[in-house]
Design a protein around this ligand. Structure first.
Ligand code: ADP
Ligand code: MG
Length: 382
């Protein structure tokens, strides 16, 4: 990202120079709907994120300017001072969550800009929160560790932005590491870096630019199905609390006791958990063909068993297969968004051209293409 845009704007606005901080967006290679089933996720930070220049202003108000939205906000640091603009509430929320945890913050001037597409599933919001949580922690010597910064970002979404998110996005943004994905247990925050050096392959997201309206809380229904299956299994295997503790043989034992729908959902959840573990092994062995096969299997499971895909995304997946893409799947919770694709270098250009053209032909929509590299997490720039 071009730092000079932020630098120049800050200079124009405030006539001085501040500190520059960056935090990335993220992808998740595999492990979808696993968090509430007691399994892990496998995100990585990307080379797109939020860049902010910040300088304490000796007052007790914040003066913020969003370059991308061309909008100013001024707000104090008390609970009653919440700004009206939603983008500013992310910054305000971070300040409030830090203050609630004992931080002594003062006012600051800031300008920021990002290149994470908004609302595409790459977590521009986490990039924004992590940037300010990480920066303010350093600038005002708050002494929070990185896990606390993750929670500050998550609680910002819960308490100031009305988004009831987990911790994956903020964790990946803060803890990201070049050449590595993060195997993260969202319930305990235990994590392990898993090597990701796909030499000869690229990672690219194809945005379906299409979201389906959700009716009947489909996420809650799926959660309920998983709980039903886990409860049935627990009658035979009391050690099973969540589907992450179960295996397919255990599920087969109770097949007749649960609904067809619960059985399908549970099959996916158990398989996905096992697939994530197998994928980590394949990554450690540098076996990207197996990684790719698993990614396709996840798509099939999300489409046919968990039923959270869309016709648009299924089509993007189909075209990927036709183009010899190594792995492709719907990324995120479902019902729209992007596919994540692992593509051999020599197939890349043809894939991009074909998928954009065919998607336009079939749905009349311009798919967007976001190439990404797995990169470092929150940091101060020189
Ligand atoms: P995502 O999946 O990208 O996280 P969200 O809806 O959770 O999508 O967050 C998007 C919101 O974050 C935007 O509506 C805006 O308030 C804020 N945001 C993200 N990127 C920027 C940016 N570059 N400039 C200003 N605000 C941004
Ligand atoms: Mg978000």
């Amino acid at each position: 990202m071009d730092q000079s845009v932020v630098r120049n704007k800050f200079k124009n606005e405030f006539g001085t120079e501040g500190y520059l901080y960056f935090s990335p967006g993220r992808v998740n290679l595999i492990g979808e709907h696993t968090d509430y089933n007691g399994g892990c996720v496998l995100p990585g930070a990307i080379d797109k994120g939020m860049l902010a220049e910040i300088k304490p202003n000796g007052k007790n108000t914040v003066s913020a300017y969003s370059i991308d939205l061309d909008d100013h906000a001024e707000f104090g640091l008390e609970e009653a001072d919440a700004p009206t603009q939603s983008w500013a509430r992310y910054i305000f929320g971070v300040c409030r969550e830090m203050i609630k945890r004992g931080a002594k913050l003062e006012g600051f001037d800031t300008v920021f800009s990002g290149d994470v597409p908004l609302g595409a599933g790459l977590s521009s919001s986490a990039a924004l929160e992590s940037t300010y949580a990480f920066a303010l922690n350093e600038i005002f010597n708050c002494g929070f560790d990185k896990k606390e910064l993750v929670l500050i970002g998550q609680k910002t979404e819960h308490n100031y932005c009305g988004v009831n998110c987990g911790i994956m996005d903020q964790f990946a943004s803060v803890f990201g590491k070049e050449g590595h994905l993060i195997r993260l247990d969202c319930s305990t925050m235990d994590y392990e870096y898993v090597p990701f050096n796909p030499q000869g392959y690229k990672v690219v997201l194809i945005d379906s630019v299409c979201k389906h309206e959700l009716v009947d809380s489909p996420y809650n229904k799926r959660r309920q199905s998983c709980e039903n299956a886990a409860a049935a299994i627990a009658k035979n295997h009391p050690e099973v609390k969540l589907l992450g503790d179960a295996n397919i043989a255990m599920l087969e034992e109770v097949k007749d006791q649960i609904s067809e729908e619960d059985y399908k959902r549970a099959t996916y959840a158990i398989q996905e958990n096992e697939r994530l573990i197998a994928t980590c092994e394949a990554l450690k062995a540098g076996d990207y063909e197996t990684v790719g096969k698993n990614i396709y299997e996840t798509h099939k499971g999300m489409s046919e068993l968990y039923e959270v895909s869309t016709p648009e995304i299924d089509y993007l997946n189909e075209v990927a297969k036709e183009c010899g893409v190594t792995g492709s799947r719907i990324m995120g919770g479902g019902f729209g968004g992007c596919t994540i694709n692992l593509v051999a270098d020599d197939k890349y250009d043809a894939f991009i051209a074909t998928v954009v053209e065919k998607y336009k032909g079939k749905f009349g929509l311009d798919a967007k293409v976001y190439p990404v590299k797995i990169s470092n997490g929150s940091r101060r720039l020189a």
